[in-house]
Design a protein around this ligand. Structure first.
Ligand code: NAI
Length: 257
C-alpha cells in the first residue's frame, strides 16, 4: 500500500465527483475507485469522463461517466435525476469543477469574465450542493460532501479578484450548509489546496513560473493532486465523523507565512 493512501473501504457507497475528469477531481475519482466506491465521473466534456471511466472500470459499471455543466441548474438537476434513476442513491460528493482567471486587476476586470468565474466556481458549487444534499437525504439518509475551496479563499491575490471572491464564498457556503445538515447526518466540509500541479495550473504558467509558485510554499514545492485527494477521502470517510463545517488546508504551510 502506498503510504499516502489510507485503506478506506467505501463499498456500497455511491460517490459523485464534479470536474472528475482532470486534476484534483481525477485524483479523487481514482482514490474512490481504489477504495471500492461506485463513482460517477461528471465533467463538462463527456469524452474526458468516458476516457477515465473506461480506464478505471473493471467491467462491473463501478465507474460511470456523465456530462454536466455545473453552472447550469437544469443540467445539474438532470444529473441528480440520472444518478437516482440508474444507481438509486448518493452517499458522497466532491465538488471539484472550477476554472481559473487570466490576470486582471479589479479596475480593468472584464465583467463577463467575473460572471463566468462566479458562475462555475460559486453558482456551480451551490447548484451541485443543493442537488447532492437533497439526493443524499432522500436516498442514503446520511453522507459527506467536500467542496474545493483554495488558499485563495483565505487571502487576497492581485489579479485574481473573481477567483479569490468565489473561493472565499465557497468557504462561507460550506459552513452554512454544514449547519443546516448536521442533525440530518450529512457532513459538509471544504479543502483549501495550495498551488497544485494540475492542468489548471500548467496551462496558465510556464515551468519557471511554476517553480516560483512552488517556492511560495514553506515546503518549497507545488502540491500533487493525490495529496489533496488523500485529505478529501479522509473527510468523506467515517474517520472524520466529528468534522463538519471545517476548511482543511492542504498547502505545505502556505497560509502560515
Ligand atoms: P483542472 O482544470 O485540472 O480540472 C477541473 C475540471 O473541472 C476539468 O476537468 C474541467 O473540464 C471541469 N470543469 C470546468 N468547468 C466545468 C463546468 N462548468 N461544469 C463541469 N465541469 C467543469 O483543475 P484542478 O486544478 O483540478 O482544480 C479543481 C478544483 O480545485 C477547482 O475548483 C480549483 O479552483 C481548485 N483548486 C485548484 C488549485 C490548483 O492549484 N490547481 C489550488 C486550489 C484550488
Amino acid at each position: 500500500m502506498n503510504s499516502m493512501n489510507a485503506s478506506y473501504d467505501f463499498r456500497g457507497a455511491v460517490a459523485l465527483v464534479t470536474g472528475g475528469a482532470s486534476g484534483i477531481g481525477e485524483a479523487c475519482v481514482r482514490a474512490l475507485a481504489a477504495a471500492h466506491a461506485q463513482v460517477v465521473v461528471a465533467d463538462l466534456t463527456l469524452e474526458a469522463a468516458e476516457r477515465l471511466a473506461g480506464e478505471l472500470d473493471d467491467g462491473s459499471g463501478r465507474v460511470v461517466p456523465a456530462q454536466v455543466d455545473v453552472s447550469d441548474q437544469a443540467r445539474v438537476e438532470a444529473l441528480g435525476a440520472h444518478i437516482e434513476a440508474t444507481l438509486g442513491r448518493l452517499d458522497l460528493a466532491v465538488n471539484s469543477a472550477g476554472i481559473g482567471v487570466t490576470n486582471q486587476p479589479v479596475v480593468d476586470h472584464d465583467p463577463e469574465m467575473w460572471r463566468n468565474v462566479l458562475a462555475v466556481n460559486l453558482d456551480g458549487t451551490f447548484l451541485s450542493l443543493r442537488m447532492e444534499l437533497d439526493l443524499i437525504r432522500r436516498t442514503a439518509g446520511r453522507g459527506s460532501i467536500v467542496n474545493l475551496a483554495s488558499v485563495l479563499g483565505h487571502r487576497g491575490w492581485a489579479g485574481s479578484a473573481a477567483y479569490v471572491a468565489s473561493k472565499h464564498a465557497v468557504i462561507g457556503l460550506t459552513r452554512t450548509a454544514a449547519l443546516e445538515n448536521a442533525e440530518q447526518g450529512v457532513r459538509v466540509n471544504s479543502v483549501s489546496p495550495g498551488f497544485i500541479e494540475t492542468p489548471l495550473l500548467v496551462e496558465r504558467h510556464d515551468a519557471e513560473a511554476r517553480a516560483a509558485m512552488g517556492a511560495l510554499h514553506p515546503v518549497q514545492r507545488l502540491g500533487s493532486p493525490e495529496e489533496v485527494a488523500a485529505t478529501v477521502l479522509w473527510l468523506l470517510s467515517d474517520s472524520a465523523a466529528f468534522v463538519t463545517g471545517a476548511d482543511v488546508a492542504v498547502e505545505g504551510g502556505f497560509l502560515s507565512r
